[in-house]
Design a protein around this ligand. Structure first.
Ligand SMILES: NC(=O)c1ccc[n+]([C@@H]2O[C@H](COP(=O)([O-])OP(=O)(O)OC[C@H]3O[C@@H](n4cnc5c(N)ncnc54)[C@H](O)[C@@H]3O)[C@@H](O)[C@H]2O)c1
Length: 341
């Protein structure tokens, strides 16, 4: 049987790179083509081992560039496209939203069009050689806006994006939905909560906490630190994506979460308490004394949480790594990275 060709867009990013490793381990015969614009958020070192061994191919290209996407789809004829590529940082979307529209919306549209042209004979008729084709779009729980003290988002939640980032992700989701509904394009989509793990960009919360702690700097926490996120270990996210890809129903959406809610300040406390234990400060004080509350992000959503009952019941997925273990693996990674300098 011919090996599947996968397009992994944004595969040099945090989650995409973890997924490429996961996919290669699961299916060593898969042909993996990483498509990445190599923005500031990309890090080719994340895939250095696989690239060096020829276990994946890197194509530097912009998902919003129609000519580049057409050429790549024609050259490789992928059966599976997983779209991780995005501008992903909310703060950047507040400072400069235009590129979020370009990459997250136009980029998703451009990929959908390239897939439709390659895979579909006509609306609702997939070419015989692409019967197993799939366009899997990675979305976020942020498209649903903010929760109060109670409740959790699920696949039926109303869209209510609050930041330019989440608005661009919401718009992309609607394009994906419409391509399934109108053309019968075989799609899957998942919403996940905040990911954490090794190799995240330095701008994100956990690396920021560890880096500043080690440098003896203030550790900035937005507002009063009470904003709550549902934390998902990146390796558990990868197993969820695999389950959805293998057993998910085309046209459906899946919410992925770790049932793991923590306020930003509680997460920060947990990391610094662990850091005090495994890398104590010479003067006997706690890193927690370095926490400094700073002006809140404009429009900062109060709480996100995911109800993962559908993926658990229908696909039998659940997170494998405990929060404590995942946090320690993550902390030890950044500790090693930042101590090396
Ligand atoms: N990190 C999270 O906690 C989280 C949570 C929910 C959903 N998501 C979603 O998961 C996906 C991956 O997130 P991440 O944290 O790995 O992001 P990331 O910012 O670490 O990586 C994004 C990657 O996409 C690439 N890219 C950006 N613009 C591109 C373009 N126009 N063409 C091709 N490549 C481009 C970048 O170079 C980078 O390698 C995103 O779609 C994001 O919205 C992330």
């Amino acid at each position: 049987m011919k090996a599947n060709t996968y397009f992994i867009t944004g595969g040099l990013g945090f989650i995409g790179a973890h997924f490429v490793h996961h996919l290669h381990t699961q299916d060593p015969s898969a042909k993996i083509v990483v498509i990445d614009k190599i923005t500031y958020a990309a890090n080719p070192m994340r895939l250095a081992d696989l690239l060096a061994k020829g276990n994946c191919i890197l194509e530097e290209a912009n998902i919003a560039n129609e000519a580049q996407m057409q050429a790549l789809f024609t050259a490789y004829t992928p059966q599976i496209v997983i779209n991780f590529a995005a501008e992903s940082h909310v703060d950047n979307s507040i400072a400069g939203p235009a590129v979020f529209l370009e990459t997250n919306v136009k980029g998703t549209f451009t990929l959908l069009e390239a897939a439709r042209k390659l895979w579909m004979e006509s609306p609702n008729q997939i070419k015989s050689e692409y019967q197993k084709a799939c366009f899997y779009h990675i979305s976020t729980d942020e498209v649903f806006g903010s929760l109060g003290e109670k409740g959790a988002f699920n696949e039926q939640s109303n869209y209510a994006p609050n930041s330019p980032y989440s608005a661009s992700k919401a718009a992309a989701d609607h394009w994906v939905r419409s391509y399934h509904h109108t053309y019968g394009l075989p799609t899957l989509l998942s919403y996940c909560s905040n990911n954490f793990g090794p190799f995240q960009h330095a701008e994100k919360l956990i690396p920021t906490i560890v880096r500043n702690a080690l440098k003896g700097n203030d550790i900035p926490i937005y507002g009063n630190g009470k904003n709550i996120r549902d934390w998902l270990y990146v390796e558990d996210h990868c197993t969820a994506i695999s389950s959805i890809l293998a057993r998910g129903k085309k046209g459906e959406t899946y919410a992925i979460g770790g049932n793991n809610e923590h306020s930003n300040i509680a997460l920060c406390d947990a990391i610094l308490t662990l850091l005090d234990k495994i890398h104590p400060k010479g003067n006997g004080t706690s890193y927690r004394a370095q926490i400094k509350f700073v002006s809140d992000r404009p429009g900062h959503d109060y709480r996100y949480a995911i109800d993962p009952i559908k993926i658990q019941n229908e696909l039998g997925w659940k997170p494998k790594v405990s929060f404590e273990n995942a946090l320690e693996i993550t902390l030890r990674h950044y500790l090693e990275q930042y101590l090396k300098g």
